[in-house]
Design a protein around this ligand. Sequence first.
Ligand code: ATP
Length: 298
Amino acid sequence: MTAIEVRGLRKSYGQVEAVRGIDLFVAAGEVFALLGPNGAGKTTTIEVLEGFRRRDAGDVSVLGFDPARQAGPMRERIGIVLQSTGISPYLTVRETVAMFAGYYPHPRDVDEVVRLVGLDEQQDRRIGKLSGGQRRRVDLAVALAGDPELLFLDEPTTGFDPSARRQAWELVRSLAGLGKTVVLTTHYMDEAQALADRVAVISGGRIVAHGTPATLGARDAATSSVHFSLPDGAELPDRFGGRRTSGRYELETSEPTRLLHELTTWALSADIELAALEVIRPSLEDVYLALTGEAEAA
Ligand code: ATP
């Protein structure tokens, strides 16, 4: 089952080519993250999918609808959390959710939505009296009011404190548990790693990599590196190569098991302790920085 299919999407603003031929596929029930630096084209892509922007070229299907021609019926089945929304500060949480639920043909139960976003205790409080994190939960509640099959979350945790972020992550996971498809944009690699089934990295209007967070992280297996220190006076044999920075050795390898075996065999025979020995795999963040750096250089 496909939730979103995009082929050859292009969009320019005058001379600025914001999106230069993007292909995307999101399966129903998947949490999909779009990662990329400022100005990469994430918001433009999402806005085309939501039916807020016209594309210049390409085929787009969202829940089987073309957002350029069928935005009305499509929006009855999607939920959108924008970076800022125009919600009245004078209505209470419950009134706000009830009002938005009224716009949809098959809304979700208002109490259930309020509970789902963890605002039961604040349900009679006016929006203007909520904290920033609580406001963001209201935004999410509004997006859930119509019981959407597909949710778009634009930078859902920007500005959150660490505990609010974790709570928001739990919430996204519970949405996934309800079988919803979630498309989110984020600048936080740990967020993509924690939440997404699949990730696409976008840079300069193009997708420069996609896959599961684990496969993206493993993309550069050759850059796994082994770090350790040697006691004063001990020298690493030349055959290991590598480099030494501030007393620590760094050896790069595509075969960490073999390297560790050779290294520890040498160290044991020489009766040397490899202090603070670590094998470091590139994180999604390293891969992201390498990919977006390569794309910018190109
Ligand atoms: P951010 O992470 O900063 O939100 P983004 O990946 O969402 O960035 P977009 O907002 O899609 O990026 O912008 C892509 C490019 O298009 C940028 O160069 C931006 O300056 C340009 N752009 C976006 N909106 C407009 C607009 N309405 N008019 C002209 N140029 C625009």
